[in-house]
Ligand binder design. Structure first.
Ligand SMILES: CC(C)(COP(=O)(O)OP(=O)(O)OC[C@H]1O[C@@H](n2cnc3c(N)ncnc32)[C@H](O)[C@@H]1OP(=O)(O)O)[C@@H](O)C(=O)NCCC(=O)NCCS
Length: 207
């Protein structure tokens, strides 16, 4: 393990990521990269360059993508994997993780999250503040479970899907890849076609 951490993205999501990294107390120094050259520091941590500079830091730093957009996070994460970067998992000390839970690298688990037993979470995911992911879920790579979303048991969420703030997914439901589930929406049946799903019960938006 390297004793320095570099977070790509110094705005809202990146700041929460940095906050978790500070609380984990694993790295002697933490810095950011951000493509906005006007940002010199964030959270009291230095911005030491733009994302193009990442290659010069790979030997010295562990690297974490602190970008909320699923597609952008996936693109940068996959590039980092290709060049052999060390990518950690970040778990807030006040998250509760059950037995036999697997969490992929590049995933952040935020404060107040509960992940129950026998669930697998892919790489590059965001399990956001106060959400819960119950037993035997399978969350694929680059998914974002927004703050306060709740997934019952044996839910599957496909690659790159985004469950909005306060959304709910009933037990035994499969949501395919590339979906957006709106804030506060409740998914009670399988979603097998990518798209935006809204409301209670969640229905496909038709535009
Ligand atoms: C689903 C979402 C992405 C749609 O955004 P959008 O494509 O810009 O859609 P619009 O805001 O133009 O809304 C389109 C229609 O859907 C409705 N709508 C939007 N979100 C809705 C929701 N969550 N539940 C029910 N209806 C919703 C709007 O009222 C609008 O209806 P109208 O055409 O009758 O006026 C967005 O509304 C949403 O819920 N985002 C989640 C945000 C979130 O969780 N953030 C957490 C970040 S950590």
């Amino acid at each position: 393990m390297k004793n320095k951490l570099l977070i790509i993205g110094a705005s809202g999501h990146g700041k929460v990521v940095a906050d978790i990294a500070i609380k984990m107390n694993k790295w002697q120094s933490i810095a950011f990269l951000d493509d906005d050259k006007g940002i010199k520091s964030s959270m009291g941590l230095e911005v030491i360059g733009t994302s193009d500079d990442v290659f010069t830091h790979i030997d010295e730093y562990e690297i974490f993508v602190g970008i909320g957009n699923n597609a952008t996070r996936q693109r940068i994460h996959e590039m980092l994997e290709t060049v052999g970067a060390s990518i950690p998992v970040l778990i807030h000390p006040n998250a509760v993780i059950g037995e036999q839970v697997e969490i992929g690298f590049g995933t952040v688990v935020m404060a107040g999250v509960v992940i129950n037993c026998c669930t697998s979470i892919g790489k590059g995911c965001i399990i956001n503040t106060g959400s819960s992911v119950d037993h035997d879920n399978k969350i694929e790579d680059f998914v974002h479970i927004s703050p306060g979303a709740h997934l019952a048991g044996t839910v599957k969420v496909g690659k790159g899907s985004w469950l909005g703030i306060g959304s709910v997914v009933s037990n035994n439901v499969n949501i395919t890849s590339g979906c957006k589930v709106g804030a506060g929406s409740v998914v009670v049946k399988d979603i097998s076609e990518s798209g935006v799903y809204l409301g209670i019960p969640a229905k496909k938006e038709n535009n």
